[in-house]
Design a protein around this ligand. Structure first.
Ligand code: SF4
Length: 352
């Protein structure tokens, strides 16, 4: 199989070009074609010598995930079902905000953690995504916006799609490093958020890189409830997670974001809100509340709006910043917890 150039780090690209008998500085030109110009046709790398283009085309290719299906919500959210080279599929979601777009990226095909409210968790774990497959989601989404001459650019990235990012750490790190390259996609770390379901391994290492902010998918303020709805809590107890978060390196004025999905009658009572305040009293925290969107096959309901308001009020009264996130893309199953690459085979079959 040919080398996929978008899977290479800048240094690996230099080494690859040296292997073709070229000077390493050529990597800068090729890198710009790959990431700044989003060009998939090696023959079109016009400022690269003909002989290098020929050598590259023989040994390498530029392969993005293929759009097998796209759906656009009434609120403008776009969800892409992407087919990978081995016919596995992932989903990625492009969300319009007031003055920019945010992309919700997947890091694995499926997920091993089996959170009970999550459609991805039902798939089980299939495999990790490569750096090129992680970054390829950005290339696809950016091209989609370019094709539509969108006045709003893709500015924010959240690693909150399919999979647990910290369980695919090496590839995630390679993708994050490429993202920051000034001759490449050039995303600021302030615009990148990684969300973990509560994995401690690699947490401090990620914090030390400063390559993005951290969000924790908490969803339950007690060990008992967390274990019930998030099996990961059996192996990483809440106390251990909070102890690790207490040591997490934060920049001045930075806070940890705790995601809290409100599930009807499960974790949305005022008592749970008070438990949450107690739990977060020793960390620099802010809370994002999300009202659950019902998903077929998932045994939870949407919380009553009055209870959502009351929950938020308890947090606010105790001085905890709590924002109610408006869920987007629910009509196309693109909202939190709804991602599942089901139908991939059918969609794949329809694609020429
Ligand atoms: Fe995995 Fe995240 Fe879904 Fe939990 S919520 S099963 S960590 S994808």
């Amino acid at each position: 199989m040919k080398t996929n150039l978008v899977d290479l780090s800048f240094h690996e690209l230099e080494t690859f070009l040296v292997g073709l008998g070229e000077a390493p500085y050529r990597a800068r030109q090729v890198w710009q074609w790959l990431w700044q110009k989003g060009c998939r046709d090696i023959a079109a790398f016009s400022d690269v010598s003909k002989s290098l283009r020929a050598a590259l085309a023989e040994k390498a290719e530029v392969r993005w995930p293929e759009v097998a299906r796209e759906q656009v919500s009434t609120d403008g959210t776009a969800k892409f079902l992407l087919r990978l080279a081995d016919a596995e599929a992932i989903e990625t979601v492009l969300i319009p905000e007031k003055d920019h777009y945010t992309l919700c990226l997947s890091t694995q095909v499926g997920c091993a953690l089996g959170c009970t409210f999550c459609a991805t968790g039902k798939m089980g774990f299939r495999r990790n995504l490569t750096p090129g497959e992680i970054l390829g989601q950005i290339l696809v989404a950016r091209q989609w916006l370019w094709d539509r001459e969108s006045p709003l650019a893709l500015r924010n990235l959240v690693f909150m799609g399919m999979g647990e990012p910290l369980l695919n750490y090496d590839n995630l790190l390679a993708a994050l490093e490429a993202l920051h390259h000034p001759q490449g996609l050039d995303f600021s770390s302030r615009r990148i958020t990684l969300s973990t379901a509560g994995i401690i391994k690699n947490l401090a290492t990620f914090g030390a890189t400063g390559l993005g902010s951290l969000a924790i998918s908490l969803h339950a303020p007690t060990q008992e409830l967390r274990e019930r709805i998030m099996p990961v809590a059996k192996t990483v107890p809440l106390d251990d997670l909070m102890a690790a978060l207490n040591k997490y390196p934060l920049k001045p004025r930075e806070r940890l974001t705790f995601e809290y999905l409100l599930l009807d009658g499960i974790n949305d009572s005022p008592e749970m809100a008070r438990e949450l305040v107690r739990l977060l009293s020793h960390v620099k925290a802010k809370v994002n509340l999300i009202a659950f969107n019902p998903v077929p096959g998932i045994p939870y309901g949407a919380p009553d709006p009055g209870r959502v308001e009351a929950f938020q009020e308890v947090l606010r009264q105790k001085g905890l910043t709590a924002t109610l996130r408006k869920s987007k893309g629910a009509d196309i199953a693109a909202a939190c917890g709804q991602l599942r690459a089901e139908g991939a085979a059918a969609a794949t079959a329809q694609t020429p």
